[in-house]
Design a protein around this ligand. Structure first.
Ligand SMILES: Cc1ncc(COP(=O)(O)O)c(C=O)c1O
Length: 389
C-alpha cells in the first residue's frame, strides 16, 4: 500500500471525516470478530445482537435529528444512495421539481435522469458568489405541480448554510415535499426534522456524524411516507412468501443485508457525539471557519470563497492552478486538500470558478488551529515560490 505520510494534515473533511473517534475502530473490530452475523434474518443470539445494534443506531440517529420514531430512519451505504431513494421514491413522471445551483451531483444527476427520461421539469435556482441561495427565490418557483424541493443544508464547495427552515415552513401546508441534503451539516450543526418540517432528510454518516465510510441515512416524515415507493427490491427477512416489497418503514427502503460492521461503528460514533453539547460543536465549527478566513484572507492574489459558518472554504489563485497547489501541498507538506469541481456541476458558473474549480480546504471535528495555520503558511510559501520573477 502506498502509505500517506505519518504526520499528514488531513483537511478534506467535506469529503469524509478522519480520523474517527477511537470507539469506532474498536467497535467495528469487535463486531466483525465476535458477532459478524446478518441483522433481521436469523433468530439465534448473534443475529439478535446484530439487530439490536442496528436498532440502537437508528434510535441515536432519530434523537440526533429530532425524528419522532426510529422506524422513520432508514440506513444506507452513503449519502448518494439515500438521496436516490428519496428522489426516485417520490418524483413521478411529469412532476415539477425545484432545486438549486449549489447541489451535489447526487441530487443533480438523478434529477437530470428524470428530466430526460420521465418528462420531469426541473427548475434550478441560482446562488450568489458565496454559494448562498435566497429562500424566497426558491419559493417563487414552487407551483401546485411541484412535487419536490431539493436543497442542501450547506454547500460542499463554500460551506454556505441555507435557510432550509424558511422554505420548509412555507411548504408545510402544501402538497410539495422538502428534501434536505444534510451531507455537510449532520453532526456539525443542529437539525430538527420535526420542528423544521423537513419531509426527507438525507445524509452520509461518514462526515460530521463520525461514522465509517459505508454509512448514510434517509429520514422520512409521515407526509413523505404516504408517497414514497421503494426503488431497490429484494429480500428483507420479512413476509418472504410475498413477491411484493413490504410497505412499512424502514424495511421498504432496506432490502439486502445491511453493512452492520459499519453501522456498529456508526452507533459507537453517535454515542460519542451524544455525550457532547451540540451547540458547542456548532460554536467550534464557527470558530474554525473564522480562523480559516482570518488566515487565508490576507494572502496576496488569493480569492477566498465561503467559510462563513462551517470550516469549508474554496480558494482560487491569480497565478497558479488549483490542482498544482493541491498536489504541492500533499507532496511537500503532507497537507491533504481537494482541488476541482467537488462533484458540484452547477455552482462554479455562479461562483465564477468554472471550468477549473477551486482548492477546497475543509476542517472537521479534530482539526486544530495549528493545522489551519500550517496550511495557510504552506499556501503562502508555495505562492511566493511560484510567483513570476
Ligand atoms: C452536499 C453533498 N451531498 C451528497 C454527497 C454524497 O455523499 P456520499 O459521498 O456519502 O455518497 C456529498 C459528498 O461529498 C456532499 O458533499
Amino acid at each position: 500500500m502506498n502509505r500517506p505520510p505519518v504526520d499528514r494534515i488531513y483537511l478534506d473533511h467535506a469529503a469524509t471525516g478522519w480520523p474517527k473517534p477511537t470507539a469506532v475502530y474498536e467497535t467495528m473490530d469487535r463486531f466483525a470478530r465476535d458477532i459478524g452475523a446478518a441483522a433481521g434474518r436469523g433468530s439465534y443470539r448473534s443475529a439478535t445482537a446484530a439487530g439490536e445494534i442496528v436498532l440502537s443506531c437508528r434510535r441515536r440517529l432519530a434523537r440526533l435529528i429530532g425524528a419522532a420514531n426510529p422506524r422513520r430512519v432508514a440506513l444506507f451505504s452513503n449519502g448518494t444512495t439515500a438521496l436516490n431513494a428519496a428522489i426516485f421514491g417520490v418524483v413521478r413522471p411529469g412532476d415539477h421539481v425545484v432545486t438549486t445551483a449549489i447541489e451535489h451531483n447526487s441530487v443533480l444527476r438523478p434529477l437530470e435522469w428524470l428530466r430526460t427520461t420521465a418528462g420531469v421539469t426541473v427548475d434550478v435556482v441560482p446562488c450568489d458568489r458565496e454559494g448562498q441561495v435566497d429562500p424566497q427565490a426558491v419559493l417563487d418557483r414552487v407551483t401546485p405541480r411541484t412535487r419536490l424541493v431539493a436543497i442542501s443544508h450547506a454547500s460542499n464547495v463554500t460551506g454556505a448554510v441555507q435557510d432550509v427552515a424558511t422554505i420548509a415552513a412555507a411548504l408545510r401546508p402544501t402538497d410539495s415535499l422538502l428534501l434536505c441534503d444534510a451531507a455537510q451539516t449532520l453532526g456539525y450543526l443542529p437539525i430538527d426534522v420535526t420542528r423544521d418540517a423537513i419531509d426527507l432528510l438525507a445524509a452520509p454518516g461518514h462526515k460530521g456524524a463520525c461514522g465509517p465510510l459505508g454509512t448514510g441515512l434517509l429520514a422520512v416524515s409521515p407526509k413523505a411516507e404516504s408517497l414514497l415507493q421503494p426503488t431497490t427490491f429484494g429480500g428483507t427477512g420479512s413476509i418472504s412468501e410475498s413477491l411484493r416489497m413490504p410497505t412499512e418503514l424502514p424495511t421498504m427502503l432496506e432490502p439486502g443485508n445491511l453493512n452492520v460492521t459499519a453501522i456498529a461503528g456508526w452507533d459507537a460514533a453517535l454515542a460519542t457525539l451524544a455525550a457532547e453539547d451540540p451547540s458547542e460543536r456548532a460554536n467550534r465549527s464557527q470558530q474554525m471557519a473564522d480562523t480559516l478566513r482570518q488566515l487565508l484572507q490576507p494572502l496576496n492574489d488569493v480569492r477566498v470563497i465561503g467559510g462563513r459558518q462551517l470550516p469549508i472554504v474554496s480558494l482560487t489563485f491569480a497565478a497558479a492552478e488549483v490542482s498544482l497547489i493541491a498536489s504541492l501541498l500533499d507532496d511537500e507538506y503532507g497537507i491533504e486538500v481537494r482541488s476541482g469541481l467537488h462533484c458540484a456541476a452547477l455552482i462554479h458558473e455562479q461562483l465564477g470558478t468554472a471550468p477549473e474549480g477551486t482548492l477546497r480546504v475543509s476542517g472537521g471535528h479534530g482539526t486544530t488551529p495549528d493545522q489551519l495555520q500550517r496550511c495557510a503558511t504552506a499556501i503562502a510559501e508555495l505562492l511566493t515560490e511560484l510567483a513570476p520573477g
